[in-house]
Design a protein around this ligand. Structure first.
Ligand code: ADP
Ligand code: MG
Length: 282
């Protein structure tokens, strides 16, 4: 008997073995258990199993495996949406050759997520365009893949929301939103000046997450300039004291990726021969 004939007869046998009423009941069970992927593919999977004469355990493994994979990717997509990233770029899209000051080993070790388990902070410093936000998002995506909840915000948006909530007597609830996710990413510290009340509210958040919830922070300003960023040297020192207690700092010294093509064409000067560019000295 030819292979296609065998397959055809096995499929026919499978079809004959499964009655329409049985199929319907199976479908209903799967939907009640919210095994939606399997309920969609039930008939095809039964036919495939019969055609290939799959052992029972193998069939069950296939059904459950597909269901788990579908649930996991749905879960990752949901948590990615909840994280409110400005863009979704995995680490694999980052061109390390363009930014030689980044220690690849250190980054890959961060990507493994140990810093989250240990509750360490990651602080990424560097001038505009060197990939700080990209790396923060990429590490956030790795954390989501590892099963953690992540929230991304800019420092300006965070402080605006905390200030508004404070004025409306809802500060506690708002602080909870930023303390609940396992990993909080605060991007762009130092782009906009922060007033005294904003600095105080930011300090409150840092104190609550201190030694409990890891954070990734990015800034175009050196730590020495944070006194000016927060408008108060004492608060800035208190913030840095807590942040840096358990932290990994990455200093990116390089050219803006946004200027990549212009640099190539010789339209702008590279970071190496223009160290006085704004934000260039960390
Ligand atoms: P920063 O936050 O430091 O100002 P971004 O992370 O926003 O810089 O990077 C600017 C743009 O360039 C983004 O679209 C980012 O994805 C891209 N980019 C920056 N560095 C790299 C890199 N090394 N490889 C690939 N894309 C990069
Ligand atoms: Mg950025």
């Amino acid at each position: 008997m030819s292979r296609s004939k065998t397959t055809a007869s096995a499929t026919a046998a499978a079809a004959a073995m499964t009655t329409p009423a049985q199929l319907e009941r199976l479908g209903e069970h799967l939907r009640k258990l919210r095994l939606l992927k399997s309920s969609e593919r039930l008939e095809a999977m039964l036919q495939h199993a019969a055609a290939h004469e799959l052992p029972y355990a193998e069939f069950l493994e296939q059904v459950l495996g597909e269901e788990v994979a579908a649930k996991m990717s749905k879960n990752i997509a949901m948590r990615t949406a909840m994280a409110r990233f400005p863009f979704v770029k995995p680490l694999e899209t980052f061109d390390f050759d363009y930014q030689p000051s980044i220690d690849r080993k250190q980054l890959h070790s961060l990507a493994s997520g140990h810093f989250i388990e240990h509750g360490d902070n990651v602080i990424v410093l560097g001038p505009p365009g060197v990939g700080k936000t990209h790396l923060a998002v990429s590490l956030g995506l790795k954390a989501i893949e590892a099963g953690y909840r992540v929230l991304f915000t800019t420092a300006a948006a965070l402080i605006e929301k905390l200030t508004k909530a404070h004025a409306e007597g809802r500060l506690e609830d708002k602080l909870k939103i930023y303390t609940a996710p396992r990993l909080l990413i605060v991007d762009e510290i130092g782009y906009l000046p922060i007033d005294r009340q904003g600095a105080n509210l930011f300090f409150q958040l840092i104190s609550r997450r201190y030694e409990r919830g890891p954070m990734i922070l990015t800034s175009n300003q050196s730590f020495g300039a944070w006194g000016e960023v927060f408008g108060d040297r004492v608060i800035a020192t208190a913030i840095l004291d807590r942040l840096l207690h358990h932290a990994v700092t990455m200093n990116i010294r390089g050219n803006s990726y946004r200027l990549k093509d212009k640099l190539k064409a010789g339209l702008v000067r590279s970071h190496d021969d223009n160290s006085s560019q704004p934000g260039g000295e960390i």
